[in-house]
Design a protein. Structure first.
Length: 169
């Protein structure tokens, strides 16, 4: 029987997974299905495949047991450009929300972007997604503009930005 003290909850980068070769399919299945059930603007399988084949991306997972890289609870997907990063997806399983997991994954990602010396993080969030807007605002993001009909007719997006480095020159 598994000892509770063996469990190490936390965030891991997909690239660093010890059993990545054997686990890729399970992880991708999790991402595709969780995204589909949680986000109206979900990506289909081929969009996810094309995302993970790109360079300059990050895919973080929140696991309840890092040692065995199992029990997936949430994920975050982002890409890096020259001076900034764009947060594309963040998702936590519905029955695990409001326990601080979104906040932990987001904080880990922001640390990573800082470590890569980028100036800013951008994201888009649908107007009305109060929980996500609250989460981003709490981490220091602010609304930079509204993008009309970004997700479809009468479905606007807020563009939010977190400035990590200010250019005083
Ligand atoms: C957004 C999401 C990732 C947050 O994950 P989470 O693990 O629940 O986040 P946390 O528990 O760290 O924080 C949630 C915060 O939102 C607050 N909250 C919950 N419902 C809320 C609402 N309707 N309005 C405002 N705040 C709300 C909680 O009280 C909590 O605040 P606290 O940390 O001050 O207590 C999760 O809701 C999710 O997966 N949503 C579906 C996918 C999605 O919309 N992603 C964003 C696309 S841009």
């Amino acid at each position: 029987m598994r000892n509770q003290s063996d469990l190490t909850t936390g965030v891991i980068d997909f690239i660093s997974l010890p059993n990545r070769q054997t686990k890729t399919e399970d992880f991708m299945r999790f991402v595709v299905s969780t995204d589909k059930e949680s986000d109206r603007n979900y990506w289909n399988e081929s969009q996810w495949s094309s995302f993970i084949s790109q360079k300059d991306i990050v895919l973080l997972f929140f696991l309840s047991d890092i040692k065995r890289d199992e029990t997936l609870i949430g994920f975050l997907a982002a890409r890096f450009a020259e001076n900034f990063s764009e947060l594309l997806k963040i998702c936590v399983l519905p029955n695990a929300r409001n326990q601080g997991i979104g906040n932990v994954i987001l904080a880990e990602y922001i640390d990573l972007v800082r470590a890569k010396n980028k100036d800013k993080i951008f994201l888009e969030v649908e107007v009305g997604n109060q929980q996500a807007i609250y989460l981003y605002t709490k981490s220091g993001f602010s609304i930079s503009r509204t993008r009309k009909n970004y997700y479809g007719i009468n479905r606007d997006a807020l563009e939010m930005v977190l400035t990590l480095k200010t250019d005083y020159s």
